[in-house]
Design a protein around this ligand. Sequence first.
Ligand code: TXE
Length: 498
Amino acid sequence: MDHSSPTLLPPAAAREFGFFVDGAWHGGRPLFERASPGHGVPVSLLAKCTAEDLNLAVAAARRAFEDRRWAGLSGAARGAVLLRAAEILRRRRDEIAYWEVLENGKPISQARGEIDHCIACFEVGAGAARLLHGDSYNSLGDGLFGMVLREPIGVVGLITPWNFPFLILCERVPFILASGCTMVVKPSEVTSATTLILAEVLAEAGLPDGVYNVVTGSGRTIGQALSEHPDVDMLSFTGSTAVGRSCVHAAADSNFKKLGLELGGKNPIIVFADSDLEDAADAAAFGISFNTGQCCVSSSRLIVERSIAAEFEAALAAKMAKIRVGDPLDPATQVGAITTTAQNEVILGYIARGQAEGARLLAGGGALDLGRGHYIAPTLFSGVTPQMAIARDEIFGPVLCSMPFDTVEQAVALANDTVYGLAASVWTKNIDKALTVTRRVRAGRFWVNCMMAGGPEMPLGGFKQSGWGREAGTYGVEEYTQVKSVHVELGKRTHWIG
Ligand code: TXE
């Protein structure tokens, strides 16, 4: 972590962004103003696009797909553009991180680390573009040969949320591009700046016009229209389970577009008595506080072996009390501001509900007054029962619920007692317990004696109501392809008509 750099200031005036369609910037739409959640000052002015703007963007993406200006290139040529984009991102890393902080409220040191991860996504995507391949069947007899082709699915709609605006974008865009698809992106209305900056980066990297388009506006208008659009072949949506469900309806009611969905989570961290308890406590504090808990994979349910539960909770509460909550632009800050006023109210509401339901507060428990912006102290509840709302609902804030267990069976049952299945973590030095829990808990991402580890090589996605499909790595590229079975007859046909 770089604590040596000076604390930056928010900009003196808000920057106006246009929107990006067919390789050109457009403006002239009504604007909405976004204020920095950490500082309360206006930082960006974003276009309220119309449904017609969206139609033009989809049409541009369609033209760019059909004339094969992108899909027709070799994987090597597509990979070269992605590698150039990685280089440009490296050059602009601190600037993009600054914008991410201004609109999202996350700490600058974390934002810089995220941009490094995004650079890696482009590098992995570049390799994946070259390695994408199909299959063959040499087992159909001497007269028939089978090939399985992977073809890009076409025009992709991409709807992204506000918690990791650039990271979630970059866990998708390079892989969509690697497959040969074109796209229209609709970022969250409160965090659109870095998605627009990526348009500059990709244009400079040599991406052909019309392949990456960005239309800004509200979810209810532009997001809904994109999910219903009859000329969009696939939609990748990351956000709430409720809107994910509306995307399923929209796909069914329009053109049966393929869907990739990454939705909510209520992720368990299971701590056995035989684990390295100091490591586990540090990971638990990190897992719930990282990105102020506004993280779909945050470990929000602590399932801890009863024999050490009290001792572990005390150590964890002490660690949580030491977390540096503060100005997101201060390089020493570990937890920044809550991104929106609405989310702030949701989190504080759940903290009040936890207390009303009888859970015991061991750390945090409310707002921190820093004079501006919304800040919440990392919060730990003990004595939580599985029926309590704080144990069942995705709070999307720094609020951790602790529940004890006695046996491996109980730990697995508690972990699986949720409609979600995004991520899970298990802490033990016993290989039997580690692997049994890993195999029995239903979650798309698993961390054994670690927390939020990984890179863009590994697939991301959820079980159960956490979503459909996988993003990133070669699995991610394949999601954006169609499979075509090709049968080739060799030699003379056996005639049907005698
Ligand atoms: O999400 P929305 P919100 C969860 C988290 C949070 C809750 C609400 O629990 O508290 O969702 O957050 C666009 N058709 N997650 O309300 O509304 C919207 O413009 C199409 C988990 O901000 O789902 C934005 O771009 N699109 C999550 C995106 O959907 C629509 C990340 C997400 O916003 C739309 C974020 C519509 N009808 C929130 N309405 C995760 N899995 O990481 C809105 N949108």
